[in-house]
Design a binder for this molecule. Sequence first.
Ligand code: HEM
Ligand SMILES: *[C@@H]1O[C@H](CO)[C@@H](O)[C@H](O)[C@H]1NC(C)=O
Ligand SMILES: *[C@@H]1O[C@H](CO)[C@@H](O)[C@H](O)[C@H]1NC(C)=O
Ligand SMILES: *[C@@H]1O[C@H](CO)[C@@H](O)[C@H](O)[C@H]1NC(C)=O
Ligand SMILES: *[C@@H]1O[C@H](CO)[C@@H](O)[C@H](O)[C@H]1NC(C)=O
Length: 483
Amino acid sequence: MQYSILFYIGSLLISIITACWIYKWFYPKCDGILPPGSMGLPLLGETLQFLSSSTSFDIHPFVKKRMQRYGSVFKTNLVGSRIIVSADGDLNNYIFKQEGDLFRSWYPASFTEVFGRQNIGTLHGFMYKYLKNMVMNLLGPEGLRKMLPDVENVSRNNLERWARNGTIEARESIAKMIFELTAKKLISCDSEERREDLRENFSAFIKGLISFPANIPGTAYNKCMKGRKNVVAMLKDMLRERRQNPRNEKVDFFDYVLEELQQEGSILTEEIALDLMVTLLFASFETTSLALTIAIKFLVDHPPVLKELIEEHKAIIRRRDTSDSYITWDEYKSMKFTFQVINETVRLANIAPGIFRKATKDIKFNEYTIPSGWGVMVCLPAVHLNHDIYENPLKFNPWRWEGIDTNVGSRNFMAFGGGMRLCVGAEFAKMQMAVFLHCLVTKYKWKSIEGGDIVRNPGLQYPHGYYIKIDRKSETMSYTRQR
Ligand code: HEM
Ligand SMILES: *[C@@H]1O[C@H](CO)[C@@H](O)[C@H](O)[C@H]1NC(C)=O
Ligand SMILES: *[C@@H]1O[C@H](CO)[C@@H](O)[C@H](O)[C@H]1NC(C)=O
Ligand SMILES: *[C@@H]1O[C@H](CO)[C@@H](O)[C@H](O)[C@H]1NC(C)=O
Ligand SMILES: *[C@@H]1O[C@H](CO)[C@@H](O)[C@H](O)[C@H]1NC(C)=O
């Protein structure tokens, strides 16, 4: 008798707690008015809709539908985090301007665990600036100027190999090439075997990046964490090797890290340095290669663009004394149309579908309040595919960048982020793309064989790969300057 009373009281209590919890799930506390939107199912939120596949370059249906229903700012819950999604230009701008103050860099729990707690993405203030300076030593204008010939060499060598091979799968081959470049430049990893190990481990962990942070064997999240562990172990080995064979000249990131670690009173620890390496490699791992793969597809699909691109690069070669010499810095800087093609490619590709921040205080925006502690996702495709900003936004049209007002540029173009946390690799990425395109269009012709269709979920994928056939042009020699 007594037991059943206890049982009733117990289940009543549990029901009340659950009911309160569910009520709070659907009606989160807020000192003001929350933006409209749905918190989705308890626990799951709207994660499944967010991760659903779409086969178009257009704004992902998850966002598009909600924009139509709720407007350009709405609330939701993704992988266990409460999030305000912003597709609003003013709010986006405000978020970037208030970086570090009202908003700070933040990624869902699965991201933070994966990148280490002290990576550049979640660091604030002083430490952040200090690490960023270290990266800029390598990827600033001086660093880039020095690596220009190497970038060209890697492009040339890979293209030559592909042309000999007949048909290649572009997505994978380009990813391999870009990783070769990055690994060479950031960590002087010249061994192909080692690079491939590193790349495989990276792939393993990238797949589980946006997942529920449940560390149970077999889950995507668990594989992701294992992948990270392997990557860190490999990097640690390399750092140790370098410590044993130090160099006089600082060439790669390890050299800068080692110098810092040896300095007395340095705030850098090996752990922070390794987290930073993982972040850097990750940030460059898929981004540039995805953009380049799409660029190639766009060029095949838009012959007039390819024609003008070829003209620009032929002209560069015609102005040279020796047609086969390496690209000079001035030549690189003169590739105006190429940069328009690159801008247009990254605008449409929307490689980063969102940028995450966390509100550090209650923030008023129009009539709404973003509660302190909530996540904020700046939805980049909503900016890049807004037809008030870009006429006929789904069309690949590099000429639209002609004479664009760069003052409003940053507001309307956020492919590399914005504000203080602008992508530190943006110039590096553009250089890799421009140099590769130069080598490709001057010496080779190519055609699509199969695949090339995209899926967004919401990251960009090529479910069937992209097969192309590359051949050396026979007319290459005719570009030689007539004397
Ligand atoms: C087409 C290629 C690329 C795209 C579209 C891209 C995009 C972005 C975006 C949108 C951000 C901002 C993230 C945020 O605000 O939270 C970012 C940050 C960053 N990117 Fe890139 N990126 C590219 C290539 C690279 C490369 C090649 C590197 C390094 C070698 C790199 C390193 C970084 C780093 C370290 C950050 C963090 C900067 C910070 O938090 O201050 N990125 N990138
Ligand atoms: C380019 O690559 C070739 C062969 O891989 C090598 O012999 C040459 O030294 C490299 N040149 C530069 C500038 O890196
Ligand atoms: C070259 O061709 C072979 C067989 O046709 C293929 O297995 C290999 O992946 C190709 N290499 C590249 C770089 O695509
Ligand atoms: C990952 O890294 C480990 C070394 O840490 C290596 O043995 C392994 O082959 C790498 N690749 C994969 C796919 O695990
Ligand atoms: C590419 O976009 C950026 C940002 O809007 C702009 O500053 C730059 O001038 C553009 N480049 C070209 C070649 O139009």
